[in-house]
Write a protein that binds this ligand. Structure first.
Ligand code: PMT
Length: 394
């Protein structure tokens, strides 16, 4: 279980951290919380302790019996976060001032540190604050940039506490040891749409969840990530390049433009094999009892990049089959010249489209590994680990 120290400072955004803590407790992190005296005017130790089931610290002399809390509590911490961080606390941390439990513990901590500022736009943009932030960045402290918007004081600008998605993703990034640092990962995700006329298209059931999870995991592991995705209802993944496409041809053009620059390519998009020969410029009228659509073959993108693979590159395909899955997936691995293929057990409960879980077999040139039902998020790390194993040998 990872241990997080969460510091809260005097900012109106402090109430959001209470919800954040509640979510993290459910995710089974071990959490210790420290408030500055100003933070205790916005949120109470009582509400936080009710969530963490632990003491919430404020005063630097508020030691537990037999220990020097600000030193001992951080010794085995995996991450120290300050959410939200006021201008004052940032200034103190940048200058090694340790005059309350939070700032003293921050100075004593040797684990990774992450700061999420929240304050008035002019306080944030002030040269003194920017100088202090730069000092902390130079010392290796990570930051979650504040968002731009209407602030509690009535001003508009940069200073809002970053939203949950940014905070959580950066927290996971800070907890990782970044085995993909310096690597570039390209992921395709979601369905494609092939237009029949101005109001209709051919598509499939892909939600994009599998590919978005892989892109997220690749970022957390330290990679620079490009996610090329078809139409989905998912929110963009923070901190990566999110690029949207519609048709298979769009996806092909986009992949062709970028594939040679990437160390790892993971093709989890569900791509239409066929597209209408002709897209009608007007809505197709309902006349006869039957309508025959004439389709032509789309380019096979995985096949193209497999046959144009650059040195040291690892290419991972997916396979979607309803019959003879392993046999057909293995054929795809060889025909499309990829390094590994993820075969979805479509007919197994909890696998395939739309859900949050998947059941797959990972097939490489010399191995086959069955992976029981698990979250698409956990599976993403397994897929990336397999890719890295192959990458290390190239
Ligand atoms: O998005 P979710 O709802 O989370 O669902 C995830 C998923 C089930 C869609 C995903 O895990 C998956 O299996 N994606 C690949 C689906 C697919 O297109 O399979 P396929 O067997 O038809 O294609 C084999 C491989 O070739 C795939 O990597 C595909 O991206 C690629 N392909 C296919 C056709 C084509 N014209 N060009 C391609 O590049």
């Amino acid at each position: 279980m990872k241990k997080l120290i969460i510091g809260i400072t005097g900012s109106i955004a402090a109430f959001k951290t209470v919800q954040f803590i509640s979510d993290l407790v459910k995710e089974k992190y071990e959490i210790e919380v420290m408030l500055t005296p100003s933070a205790a005017k916005f949120v109470t130790p009582t509400s936080i302790s009710a969530l963490t089931k632990k003491k919430t610290y404020i005063d630097v002399f508020d030691d537990d019996p037999g220990c020097i809390t600000h030193v001992d509590i951080v010794k085995d911490a995996d991450l120290f976060m300050i959410v939200p961080a006021s201008a004052t606390t940032i200034a103190k941390c940048a200058n090694g001032i340790a005059d309350n439990m939070l700032t003293a513990a921050f100075l004593a901590a040797t684990c990774p540190k992450l700061i999420a500022p929240a304050m008035n736009v002019h306080m944030f943009e002030n040269k003194a604050t920017q100088r202090n932030i730069q000092t902390l960045k130079d010392d290796g402290v990570l930051f979650v940039e504040p968002a731009v918007g209407l602030l509690a004081c009535g001003d508009t600008g940069k200073g809002k506490l970053a939203d949950y998605d940014h905070l959580h993703l950066m927290m996971e990034y800070a907890l990782s040891d970044h085995p993909l640092q310096g690597k570039k990962v390209l992921v395709t995700a979601g369905p494609t749409q092939e237009s029949l006329d101005p109001v209709r298209f051919l598509t499939n059931h892909s939600s994009g969840k599998m590919g978005y999870s892989i892109a997220r995991a690749a970022f957390i592991l330290g990679a620079t990530v490009r996610l090329i995705h078809g139409p989905t209802s998912l929110k963009p993944v923070p901190y990566i390049i999110n690029q949207s496409i519609t048709s298979t041809q769009d996806l092909f053009e986009c992949v062709k433009r970028h594939h040679t620059h990437y160390d790892y390519i993971i093709m989890s998009a569900a791509v239409a094999d066929y597209t209408p020969v002709k897209t009608s410029t007007e809505k197709i009228k309902k006349n006869d009892n039957e309508l025959i659509l004439k389709l032509k073959k789309n380019p096979d993108i995985l096949d193209y990049i497999g046959h144009h693979q650059v040195e040291h590159q690892v290419i991972c395909g997916f396979a979607m089959e309803t019959q003879d899955l392993i046999e057909n997936a293995s054929k795809k691995l060889n025909k499309k010249q990829c390094d590994l293929i993820i075969a979805n057990h479509l007919k197994t409960e909890g696998a395939g489209f739309q859900g949050d879980t998947n059941v797959v077999t990972i097939i490489t040139q010399d191995s086959m590994k069955d992976i029981d039902k698990m979250s698409k998020s956990d599976l993403s790390y397994i897929i990336l680990k397999e890719c890295m194993k192959i990458g290390a040998k190239k």
